[in-house]
Design a protein around this ligand. Sequence first.
Ligand SMILES: [Zn+2]
Length: 532
Amino acid sequence: MKLRCLCIAILALVLQDAQPAGRRWWSHIEFLAADGLEGREAGSPGFEKAAAYVEGQFRELGLKPGGTAAYRQPVAFESRTVVREQSALVLVRDGQEEPLTLGEDASLSARGEGEGTIEAPMVFVGYGLSVPEANWDDLAGLDLHGKIAVFVNTTPPVEMSDNVRSHVSSAAERWAVLRKAGAIGIATLANPRPPVVPTPNPPEGGRGTTAAPPQPAVMLADRELRDQAGQMIAVTIARGGADRFLAGTGHTIEELVQLVADKKPLPRFPLIGTLRARVTMKRARLDSANVIGIYEGSDPRLKTEYVVMSAHLDHEGIGPAVNGDSIFNGAMDDASGVASVLEIARLLKDSGAKPKRSILFMAQTAEEKGLLGSRYFAARPTVPFDHIVADINLDMFLPLYPLKVIEVQGLTESSLGEAMRAAAAGLGVDVQTDREPDQNRFIRSDQYSFIRSGIPSLAFKFGYQYGSAEEKIRRDWVRDVYHKPNDDLKQPVDLEAAVLFNRVIAALLQRVADDPARPAWNDASFFKRFAK
Ligand SMILES: [Zn+2]
């Protein structure tokens, strides 16, 4: 009985401790995801308020400024929008011009760099991929110099691991291969296979996404860091306009769509004539910042090395209203991660932790624009690049139910996996690999900017057993709340579970910071190829 009483007393103490910690964690989210911050879009006043908040918290926690301007690392962007009224796409055949209707037959993406008049021949290159791992090469023997590569935007019907599939089909990697083959632009046929999650409300116009008004493209102002460098023109061909592009080749869109559906190889052939584009772009400069604070290490030698603990501060801003709500608050995505970054720094401070390596806490910008803030940091770090040993990234880890198991993205890729297993076990939490590997979440948030630079990384979600109630909660959340205005303060969140999660991550940081050996990619890891 006595023992049991003692247990209850200890439990009460733990809960007492967990409640204020949970409320404090939630209070950061209450600030960052309030309507007044208008969804924290990178470059907006709402983002600026969020950045000032994190800066204030870093200062209060006694973190050393880790930016280039105190806690800030300024990041400049260019925002580009195609001015549709002053732009045109024309097929030129035998000297005859066949104008295309922008937004119906095809659309011009602001990602293309060219302005004024651009004219080039086009070649259909199937899936437009070169995958040595799968012995697949759509580009073999083709001369694409000065040409526009036309391809179906999906992956070919060959066996490849999920990692290889998502790596080679990313826009950056795809363009790198086409550019090397000489292409000056792309024209994509949208993946004709029905999406896994059907869009409930197709955009106005009903002819596919091209009918929507032109969306601005946001890219880093630093031209050297643009993945689309050299891409003079980027066109999306609508299903309805495809046969106009294919006319005279003996091929039709029906045929190509059927081949893709049947998982068959696609033919490759030149299109007739040339595509002439007249492009007018509206450009604007946007300024934002990564916010960085450093918890200094204690070892005279290792303190010059850094474990990065990151979460993105931006969200999607204001968008098309859903049920009358147009503010995309991003409470879980990713105010929750930033709140954890702050609370994990506090846990280390309050426990008097003296990690050997330094820990670099970062709330980065423009994740939602394509991992741009983290890309900038990884390429232009505020500490020596060689001294960055790992990135531990938090992006909507989803504490929607009690924490029993953490899904660790990248668990089997590097020595960080073992550190995570030990850290979680120490707090009675299990770990598991990605529950939905086909979603490729390991390369879908800011950790990928570090991975591409060769730095071992991890990312996390609350885990579940297949077929469990937790699985349903997580899947429902992704379907009903993810990137919608109702990712706001009115959703049920398990504060105690979030606190326990924060403790596990703090323990992980401490382990990685104290390990005499630097984290390393496992020999069998696909991602080892990026290591420098
Ligand atoms: Zn996110």
